[in-house]
Design a protein around this ligand. Structure first.
Ligand code: PEP
Ligand code: MG
Length: 328
């Protein structure tokens, strides 16, 4: 079956009726970049910068980060690379920066930590901006935003870093390309502040993994409650649907980078809602492209009310499975 999927990997990501999708890859380790072919994708939709930090024994220097980010940006000429600022804490500890908390998933994670350590944030942003010179495809993504003041503070620091890098370039012919800035939608509070968010940043990207965990109050790594963790919970799906409608009304670009986009049933539901930009692990890309090439948007639109009326994740899966069975 995988040979069947791979046979269409070079073809456009479009539905049987011609609707276009952007399919991007999630990356973090060198292997993610080596195994994906830029000509088969629409860029990197999520580059998790914490991975290169986690595998080291100390914080990488600014120069080391510049080299690393340059390599990543260079793999995608003419295509966007969404680099997320350091997202540690919770389930992603840095060995040389221990954080001890009673409740790490509700604690000092992602942007909360880096805004408390602007020296870490500024070094990383400067490195990203310097790496972007000569490439121009950098998008900066802010993780774990729960409050608009965090967006303001991050934007202020990004501006400061841009001035610093531009200063270094003064007197030379080199121009500093402008990077787009976006916010992860993965904490429920920010879903209710979309109009304000749309005025502040260029795009948003939905992290369905954390969004599910926080909407359902289920630790995604705790085996005791694992059976309650399901991105196909009707409440999660209704939230995602609302978010899609609202971002369309605001003309606020939105993409999905959580694992749901890499699951056949998940991507169908998301496409039925109206999402058209998906970022996923490279190992899922061929299958998802193959599937999307077989659907008509009109049949998905018919499926949507049935899915949104379901009362349990199990019911949702049964509905979508029936649809999927017809495609194979
Ligand atoms: C998410 O939360 O859905 C996400 C993409 O980020 P991560 O899995 O790295 O927390
Ligand atoms: Mg997350």
């Amino acid at each position: 079956l995988s040979a069947q999927y791979l046979s269409e990997i070079h073809l456009p990501a479009q539905s049987a009726c011609g609707g276009r999708f952007s399919l991007m890859v999630n990356a973090g380790l060198a292997i993610d970049l080596e195994t994906s072919h830029p000509s088969h994708t629409d860029g990197i939709g999520l580059y998790r910068t914490e991975y290169p930090f986690i595998v080291r024994t100390r914080f990488p220097t600014e120069a080391e980060q510049v080299e690393l980010y340059k390599t990543v940006l260079a793999t995608q000429p003419g295509k966007g690379v969404v680099m997320r600022t350091l997202d540690v804490g919770g389930d992603k500890p840095l060995p040389y920066f221990p954080i001890s908390e009673e409740n790490p998933f509700l604690g000092w994670r992602g942007i909360r930590m880096t805004l408390d350590h602007p020296e870490i944030f500024l070094v990383q942003i400067r490195a990203m901006l310097r790496a972007n010179i000569g490439h121009g495809n950098l998008h900066i993504l802010l993780p774990m935003i729960s409050d608009l003041s965090e967006v303001d503070e991050a934007l202020r620091l990004i501006k400061q870093a841009s001035f610093e890098v531009a200063d270094e370039l003064e007197g030379s012919e080199i121009q500093l390309p402008k990077a787009k800035v976006g916010v992860m939608v993965e904490v429920p509070s920010i879903m209710y502040q979309l109009p304000e968010l749309a005025r502040k940043v260029d795009f948003c990207s939905v992290g369905t993994n954390d969004l599910t965990q926080y909407l359902l109050a289920v630790d995604r790594n705790n085996p005791r409650v694992a059976s309650l963790y399901d991105a196909m919970h009707p409440a999660v799906l209704r939230a995602l649907h609302q978010l899609c409608l609202q971002s369309q009304a605001l003309q606020f670009p939105v993409s999905i980078c959580g694992e749901l986009a890499g699951e056949p049933a998940g991507v169908l539901i998301l496409a039925a809602m109206g999402y058209d930009k998906f970022s996923m692990n490279n190992s899922n890309l061929a299958k998802i492209k193959w599937l999307l090439r077989r659907v008509h948007l009109s049949e998905l639109q018919l499926l949507l009310p049935e899915i949104l009326a379901c009362q349990s994740p199990k019911q949702v899966r049964q509905h979508v499975q029936r649809f999927l069975d017809q495609k194979h």
